[in-house]
Design a protein around this ligand. Structure first.
Ligand code: NDP
Length: 307
């Protein structure tokens, strides 16, 4: 079996771990970074790849994306091979830590103590998490894990997704009315949705107005989920108290973008979660075995939905 690792920048992280994981699974395969397209059985891919035309890869049984988000490949008209996205325990763990960390920062009002040039002794105690409702927009691999972690700290979490769900112990909503309901009580909103035509500008001026005044937004999903101008207006009006943003329409965020200097915006540079080679190789190997055996891929992308 010939596996093309078409993500050169990431190769140093995988060049030892991937062959070792394949050997452990008893899969006889050669992993290469360049190959005759007609000979390739599996393609491992990242959005930064040089590979844009999948037409000559006539034998390839799968394209395995190293990232969870697929918006930069899902619309590629030359891609006819099945596409799997990355669901990696290491990536999920990282996202849970980012969401919990930034939620706790705002919940506890930590900034008041961390930045306190006047040495003000303000003994106001923050409320308990149990009285701080959270809306988790997106209940996939990452959103559900983050929701569970927040619930474990007693935050009342309401989840919202495209399809209706019944998840034990979690209030789940869907649809337009569900979104209004989820937002209308949320003091913290977390957006863990993919970028698709349906989710673009999901948080626009109207929907931001559904939030209780002073809500906080955490966006580790994708930049276009939020209308930048509407968010800035909501921040300036006090409707939104703070936005912690990890993802942007243009990355790196241009130096002259108003988010950098805005006192109510925290910019983190797309570091909420990263695919971790140590755990991701096991996911790749599981899918390579499935492709070899003619089984449906895990975490298969539905191109008609865009995620
Ligand atoms: P999943 O595909 O597992 O979950 C996506 C969730 O979004 C699902 O619950 C889905 O609903 C919901 N959804 C999709 N479209 C809509 C819609 N139109 N309306 C309502 N809900 C919708 O993705 P992951 O959880 O693995 O990842 C989520 C996103 O996180 C990625 O797409 C990526 O953009 C981002 N990400 C960011 C990273 C970072 O470092 N900042 C790192 C990794 C990922 P349903 O369940 O009904 O299908």
């Amino acid at each position: 079996m010939l596996i093309l690792f078409a993500a050169p920048a990431l190769w140093p992280e995988y060049e030892t771990l991937l062959p070792a994981a394949l050997a452990r699974a008893g899969i006889e395969a050669q992993v290469v970074t360049e190959a005759d397209p007609a000979e390739v059985d599996i393609i491992i891919y990242a959005p930064s790849s040089w590979l844009q035309d999948f037409t000559p890869y006539v034998k390839a049984k799968a394209v395995l994306n190293l990232w969870a988000g697929v918006e930069r490949i899902v619309g590629n008209a030359t891609l006819t091979q099945p596409l799997a996205r990355m669901v990696d325990p290491g990536l999920t763990e990282g996202m849970v830590e980012w969401v919990v960390g930034h939620a706790l920062r705002h919940h506890l009002g930590m900034d008041r103590q961390i930045v306190n040039p006047g040495h003000v002794w303000d003994p106001t105690c923050p409320p308990l998490a149990r009285s701080r409702p959270v809306a988790m927009l997106g209940l996939g691999a990452l959103g559900l894990a983050a929701a569970r972690a927040l619930q474990a700290m007693n935050f009342p979490v309401t989840g919202w997704s495209r399809t209706a769900k019944e998840i034990p112990g979690l209030t789940c909503l869907s649809g337009k009315e569900g979104l209004r309901q989820a937002l209308s009580t949320a003091q913290i909103v977390v957006t863990l949705l993919p970028k698709t035509p349906e989710t673009e500008n999901l948080l626009n001026a109207e929907r931001l107005s559904w939030l209780p005044k002073g809500a906080v937004i955490l966006n580790p999903g994708r930049g276009p989920l939020i209308d930048d101008e509407a968010l800035l207006a909501a921040l300036d009006a006090g409707q939104v108290a703070h936005a912690t943003l990890d993802v942007f329409r243009v990355e790196p965020l241009p130096q002259d973008h108003p988010f950098w200097a805005h006192p109510k915006v925290t910019v983190t540079p797309h570091i909420a979660a990263d695919t971790r080679a140590e755990t991701a190789v096991e996911v790749l190997v599981a899918n390579i075995a499935r492709a070899r055996d003619g089984l449906p891929l895990l975490h298969l992308v539905d191109r008609s939905r865009g995620y």
